[in-house]
Ligand binder design. Structure first.
Ligand SMILES: [Zn+2]
Length: 219
């Protein structure tokens, strides 16, 4: 009985809303929410962003960073705004701003309900922290990665799986940023590589430990 009453009330509110709206579908951005440096946007908004940036491998989520050129330029922001209008979004500012904010991580809504979410959250947070790093720290990390690829890892896949790569990427084909993101999200064989770094690249090892502490706990 109780349920029926509530349902009747909701239907009434729904029909009132419908009556007050014009025939053009208008989407609110209630699906969009941000906390600190992380934002969730509706899937169609994320898809529109991805199409504009034309990422070759496709992206599950994105960290906006000048160094990675993932942020929208003024022209691209305008393009996205036009597409949001076509999609029926009237309130756009909260949907556009995350894509131009340096250090912001943006997730499509459906990803937050997926089993992969925690792993991707970790991965993107590694990008966020590395985006903010000093050139000196980055140099330590990238030199260690290059030397490890040449002398220790080679083409041997110290890897369980790497997504977003049409199958499995070779570790040697990952750039410095992706190498550490996949290392700390648990895709690469973390323990073995960390042990090797501790022994051979102690400064880079300390920096990786710091990134690990600053990012959310491992999946
Ligand atoms: Zn990545």
């Amino acid at each position: 009985m109780m349920k029926l009453k509530i349902f009747a009330k909701l239907t009434l509110v729904g029909s009132l809303l419908l009556n007050s709206c014009a025939s053009v579908p208008v989407k609110s951005s209630t699906q969009n929410y941000c906390s600190g440096y992380e934002c969730v946007v509706p899937d169609d908004v994320f898809d529109a962003y991805e199409k504009i940036k034309n990422f070759y491998f496709g992206a599950s989520a994105v960290c906006i960073c000048k160094r990675f050129s993932t942020g929208l330029t003024k022209k691209e922001r305008k393009k996205l705004a036009n597409q949001l209008t076509e999609l029926g979004y009237r309130e756009q500012i909260d949907l556009l701003n995350p894509f131009t904010t340096n250090g912001m991580i943006v997730y499509p809504e459906s990803l937050t309900r997926s089993k992969k979410f925690n792993k991707i959250k970790k991965h993107e947070n590694v990008h966020r922290i590395m985006c903010d790093m000093s050139e000196e720290e980055l140099r330590y990390l990238c030199e260690a990665q290059e030397r490890m690829i040449r002398t220790y890892i080679g083409d041997e896949p110290l890897v369980k799986e790497v997504d977003n790569c049409f199958g499995v990427c070779k570790v040697s084909s990952l750039n410095c940023d992706e190498f550490y993101a996949y290392l700390l999200d648990g895709t690469l064989n973390k323990q073995e590589i960390m042990d090797y770094m501790k022994e051979n690249f102690p400064t880079a090892y300390q920096i990786v430990k710091k990134i690990e502490q600053l990012s959310p706990s491992s999946p």
